[in-house]
Design a protein around this ligand. Sequence first.
Ligand code: C2E
Ligand code: MG
Ligand code: MG
Length: 388
Amino acid sequence: MQSGLTQQALERAIENNELILYYQPKVNLLTGNVIGAEALVRWNVGEGDIIPPNVFIPLAESSGLLHDITVMLLDQVVNASQELRNIGLDLSLSMNVAPNDLQSQTISEQIKTYLEKNAIKPSDLQIEITESAVMGSFDQIREDIIRLTELGIDVLMDDFGTGYSSIDRLSQLPFSALKLDQGVVRRMGTSRQNLNVVKASISMARELRMTSVAEGIESSATYHFLMANGCEEAQGFYISHPLSLDALKTFASKSHEFDGSQIGRIHQAVHNVLHHRKCLFDVIYCARVGANACLPSVIDPDISERLEASRLGSWYFGVGQQLRGTASFDSLEQPIRELYGLTQSILDRRNVNDEKYDLEMAVTRMDLLVNQVISLLHKLESSLLLKH
Ligand code: C2E
Ligand code: MG
Ligand code: MG
């Protein structure tokens, strides 16, 4: 441990406001826009010396000071958020918390108070919890995360890829995003297997309807590979080192030329369509072999809910709209709408012995639409590729 690093010194540092936050910008890979920043604590011991969090957070934790520090840092984040808003910057700030911090409920109560006083809105703040910490008391953590999500606060799983959480466990925790660990991201270039781990993590986030975020991006190659593979948000030295609040203001006010592309998201849209077809086939198959051969969970909400809320629809009618004006994008709307309409009619009639309903014709039509949508998506993907 660094000399002078004692509990008393840390207590003094808290009193003297020597714990300050730096902010590392995050970019949306679909648009190239700076959308937020992660708040990272530093201990400013003076004369230009800074102690990094990995050195003093363990001491704060073992000496029971971390909770007070987190409460204090939450104040700093809220103030920073207001300052950013005052100069017209709409950035979402994320802060790191340890599971023990959440257990006491002081943090969620404090966030609730800020929200009630309109000091911040829910989208101004995000909470990051590391994957290894989530391996602890599952039920407690689940409750703590739910309490925050009920306030409208997004909770991200940090350092994903280090804690061995199972897909089962992950799917039961309402995280809004998976943040790939920087070690996993850095190793990506060293072997095909490591690269596949990153691709699989992005797919898993997509399946679980979570946003994929990558940190530790240090090169243009990594940035662009992630973008081409559907990762949605990026953070790392390639974009910027952590900055003081003033430097963040300058950084976020400047226009940047970070690349943004939907090319990776379009590839995911192809998967969404194939998934849609397979889900519908499962439903029809079940109906044909008999109700008792059918799992109650066979209907994926993705195909039964509103088009706009589905994975495909939320892209097409959301960020995808930035591609409006591109012929293949515009041509997608009609077959997508028809596909969802047809899906609904097949779902509505699946248990009804409706002699007049021609299932064969409906399935044939569905395949035609699926092929049409996929072909347009491929055209769109290729046109974006050739634009680069
Ligand atoms: P983290 O939350 O995973 O934060 C990312 C860390 O990676 C930061 O280190 C950041 O400076 C560093 N980093 C970002 N981009 C790159 C890159 O491209 N290359 C490399 N080599 N590093 C990059 P930092 O600030 O030293 O923080 C380390 C850890 O300390 C954080 O990991 C987080 O777990 C913890 N931490 C930081 N601030 C707080 C806090 O306020 N509260 C708590 N409980 N933990 C904190
Ligand atoms: Mg973090
Ligand atoms: Mg991390």
